[in-house]
Ligand binder design. Structure first.
Ligand SMILES: Nc1nc2c(c(=O)[nH]1)N[C@H]1C(S)=C(S)[C@@H](COP(=O)(O)O)O[C@H]1N2
Ligand SMILES: [Mo]
Length: 162
C-alpha cells in the first residue's frame, strides 16, 4: 500500500530530523584554557543564583548560573589571581541575532563586586521562551537594560596583551 509506505518513510525522516536537531548550547571560547560547550542540562547542574529585575510592569525573578562560575570552569583567573594582563581582557557575549555586549573580567568577579551577572535560563520559574532564551544575561546594577543580552549563544574571551 503506497500511501502507508509513504507515511512510514515520512515518519522515519521526521524522527531522524528530530533526533539530530541540535539543542541550544552556550559555547565558551577564545583566550581560555578550557573551551566549553554547555547544554541547558550542564547549566542546570552548575551552582545557581537568582536576581530580581524590575521591568516596566512587574519585577521578574531570573534564575541561572553566575557568569563567574562559567568563566571559572573555562579556566579563567578570578579573585586574587585576576591581575596583570588578565585585567586587559574582556568577555564578549554574542547572541543569536548578532547582538554583542562586553564585560571586563572584574565586572563579573565576586572578589571585585557584589553584583552577580547571571546567565539566566528561567524567569519566574519557567524556561525562557523564543526571543529571550534559552539563555540570557541579567545585569544587576545596570540602570539600562541594554547589556542584558537575550538569546545568548557564545562567550568569547579576548586577551589584549600577553
Ligand atoms: N539579543 C539581543 N539582546 C538584547 C537586545 C537585542 O537587540 N538583541 N536589546 C537589548 C536592549 S537595548 C534592551 S533595553 C533589553 C530589553 O529586553 P528586556 O526588557 O527583556 O531586558 O534587551 C537587550 N538585549
Ligand atoms: Mo534598550
Amino acid at each position: 500500500m503506497p500511501a502507508r509506505r509513504a507515511c512510514l518513510i515520512l515518519l522515519v525522516v521526521l524522527a531522524c530530523a528530530w533526533a539530530q536537531a541540535p539543542s541550544a548550547t552556550l559555547t565558551v571560547g577564545g583566550d581560555v584554557k578550557t573551551p566549553l560547550t554547555l547544554t541547558a542540562r550542564d547549566l542546570a547542574d552548575m551552582p545557581r543564583a537568582t536576581a530580581q529585575l524590575k521591568g516596566e510592569k512587574a519585577t521578574v525573578e531570573y534564575t541561572g548560573v553566575p557568569v563567574h562560575e562559567i568563566l571559572k570552569r573555562a579556566g579563567l583567573p578570578a579573585g586574587k589571581d585576576l591581575h596583570g594582563t588578565a585585567l586587559a581582557s574582556y568577555l564578549l557575549v554574542e547572541a543569536k541575532d548578532g547582538y554583542q555586549v562586553v564585560f571586563a573580567l572584574p565586572e563579573v568577579d565576586p572578589a571585585f563586586t557584589d553584583k552577580v551577572v547571571l546567565l539566566a535560563d528561567a524567569a519566574d520559574g519557567k524556561p525562557l521562551g523564543e526571543g529571550q532564551g534559552p539563555f540570557r544575561l541579567v545585569v544587576p546594577g545596570d540602570k539600562r537594560g541594554a547589556r542584558g543580552a537575550r538569546m545568548v549563544t557564545r562567550f568569547q574571551l579576548v586577551l589584549l596583551r600577553r
